[in-house]
Design a protein around this ligand. Structure first.
Ligand code: ADP
Ligand code: NA
Length: 333
């Protein structure tokens, strides 16, 4: 009975990385273009402030992220594109979900453990409650599908648990049990400097990631310096087992080329990394340069970006308002 609807978000907590692009944004564009879903995409600024954000940087990063969405192919006439804090229904539903979710569920979240680090007592309450707000982001639209990278899988499971518990506690069949969509060759892009860590905009080492705003020389330099091993590329995927850095570069190539790891290795098997890296750099620049050029162009007109986000927020609220009203009604408020 639920309308096929996609929701996903990205935090404006810094510049976009190749990980965000391949694991999330490129998939968002595919799902928009495929045409079988209504697509709703969000800059999640309320998630970003669970750790400290300088206000001016946050404002800039939110606009830049919006420019990134559009430059990557999200069309504000075909997808709803907006900023989370402009749709207060997210936070309103999140409060109800704070009362549905259990402390134990939150304590098990690996992102909480990673981000809070050793000093949990000093982490923000918002960082702990993050997954309940994420459940609200998704369920305030009755979203049926959520494209995300591998790192968000556990949070999606929690979203499903919230929906199941709410439906059960109130004896309703109101919230959908949302499906994660984790697909493609690059669902988990790793750091270029450490094959055991994911590429992230919040990694202190800039050399660990490719930023969507990096120029061609910077991209080539980062790939040239990326950690690898001395062996040649294998001709089959199983030759990448226990070679996380090598596998990462092949995954990135496959995702950028809209190909599969097997197809890439069939072609590239036997090459040394000294030979493969320039080929990868060339493909990365070919795919990313038009996006960063378009982002820079869009950033010349911040008022237009604000207008797009304002319009998106109005559209988002049209979906969210009746769902929140019905939720309050179910809860007895
Ligand atoms: P970050 O971790 O860079 O701060 P977000 O938490 O805003 O990014 O995540 C936005 C989206 O990008 C999510 O769907 C997330 O799964 C995806 N994503 C983030 N990093 C990666 C990565 N290294 N590989 C694949 N997908 C990623
Ligand atoms: Na993340």
């Amino acid at each position: 009975p639920f309308t096929p609807r996609v929701f996903s978000g990205i935090q404006p907590s810094g510049g976009l990385t190749l990980g965000n692009y391949l694991g999330a944004m490129k998939r968002f564009v595919d799902m928009q273009d495929e045409g079988s879903f209504q697509t709703v995409y969000c800059m999640v600024d309320q998630h970003a402030i669970t750790v400290w954000q300088d206000p001016e940087k946050l404002r800039h990063a939110t606009r830049e992220l919006c420019a990134g969405f559009i430059a990557a192919g999200i069309d504000p006439d075909r997808s709803i594109l907006f900023n989370q804090s402009q749709v207060p229904e997210h936070a309103q539903l999140a409060w109800i979900f704070n009362c549905v979710a259990r402390m134990g569920w939150m304590q098990r979240m690996t992102q909480w453990k990673d981000k809070a680090g050793k000093n949990q007592q000093n982490a923000s309450l918002g960082l702990f409650a993050y997954p309940a707000l994420m459940a609200a982001d998704i369920l305030i639209y009755h979203a049926t599908h959520v494209p995300v990278g591998e790192d968000q899988k556990q949070h999606l499971e929690l979203t499903r648990d919230v929906a199941i518990k709410f439906n059960h506690d109130y004896g309703v069949d109101f919230f959908p049990i949302t499906e994660p969509v984790i697909e493609g060759a690059a669902t988990r892009v790793m750091s270029l400097r450490d094959g055991s860590k994911k590429m992230s905009k919040s990694d202190p080492s800039d050399a660990s990631r490719i930023n969507m705003t990096d120029d061609a020389d910077t991209i080539a330099k980062k790939i040239r310096k990326a950690k690898t091993d001395p062996d040649a590329l294998p001709s089959e995927a199983k030759g990448l087992e226990d070679r996380p850095e090598a596998r990462n570069l092949v995954n990135i190539y496959a995702a950028l080329a809209d190909s599969s790891v097997d197809a890439v290795l069939a072609e590239m098997g036997g090459k040394q990394f000294s030979e493969f890296k320039p080929i990868l750099s060339e493909l990365a620049v070919e795919k990313l340069a038009p996006i960063s050029t378009e982002m820079a162009r869009l950033m010349q007109d911040p008022a237009e970006i604000d207008r797009i986000l304002g319009h998106g927020a109005t559209q988002a609220r049209e979906l969210a308002t009746p769902i929140l009203k019905k939720t309050y009604d179910i809860v007895g408020m």
